[in-house]
Design a protein around this ligand. Structure first.
Ligand SMILES: O=C(O)COP(=O)(O)O
Ligand SMILES: [Mg+2]
Length: 218
């Protein structure tokens, strides 16, 4: 893997541990609808494919009518805007890793399946917004990860070739999208990955902290 000309970073499970936010938002949304709540483990295994998917899967999990989706999604978004970041923490090594990449002149972008408005808000609330030249969300392009389109579009915005643009993520979603786009993949070992072993997902490198990237050690 050659030196990165730019890095694209995933948000939830990679930069910020947002599991507590998702759990809290689903808890109040389900209570509003008079539905039973879901476990933290269910949420951990279901996040990563965007909020719409999470709400849809949650309704199915508690045995609710799929027709409730529109109401549930509207409530979920309202609650998310308020809770955003309250039960979330930047992972150890992230700040140091972003600083080190910036010090080496690597342009950085965020590409998440979270809608772009709460993604920007979260980065700002956690003091990370200044690092990124671009922030794209699940509603920024026609399709979400694991489709390669959002990665190709992000490379286009960065002005770098996919083969020189690293994708750093926490799930097979990120890895599949990056492989299909032709971006080298780095996976962090502390995220969500749908409850599956991330070491089983092929990547150029697996790291326990962002600042432990091999390329930063030289
Ligand atoms: O599923 C989500 O909303 C967020 O997912 P991502 O930041 O890991 O892409
Ligand atoms: Mg993620």
């Amino acid at each position: 893997m050659s030196a990165p000309q730019a890095c694209i970073l995933d948000l939830d499970g990679t930069l910020v541990d947002t599991l507590g936010d998702f759990v809290a938002v689903l808890h109040v949304t389900l209570a509003d609808l008079g539905l039973p709540t879901v476990s933290r483990t269910f949420v951990e295994h279901t996040i990563g494919r965007g909020g719409e998917n999470l709400v849809r899967q949650t309704l199915a999990h508690v045995g609710a009518e799929p027709a409730l989706f529109d109401r549930a999604w509207a409530l979920y978004q309202q609650h998310y805007a308020v809770v955003n970041g309250e039960h979330a923490a930047v992972y150890p090594g992230v700040l140091e890793g972003l600083q080190a990449l910036r010090a080496r002149g690597v342009p950085l972008a965020v590409l998440t399946n979270k809608p772009v408005a709460p993604a920007r808000e979260l980065l700002q609330r956690k003091g990370l917004d200044g690092f990124f030249t671009h922030v794209f969300g699940g509603d920024s392009f026609e399709r979400k990860k694991p489709d390669p389109l959002p990665l190709l579009k992000t490379c286009e915005a960065l002005g770098t070739a996919p083969s020189a643009t690293w994708m750093v993520g926490d799930s097979r979603n990120d890895a599949e999208a990056a492989h299909a786009a032709g971006c080298p993949v780095v996976l962090v070992t502390y995220g969500y990955n749908h409850g599956e072993d991330i070491l089983a997902v092929p990547a150029a490198e697996h790291v326990a902290r962002l600042d432990a990237l091999r390329w930063l050690q030289g």
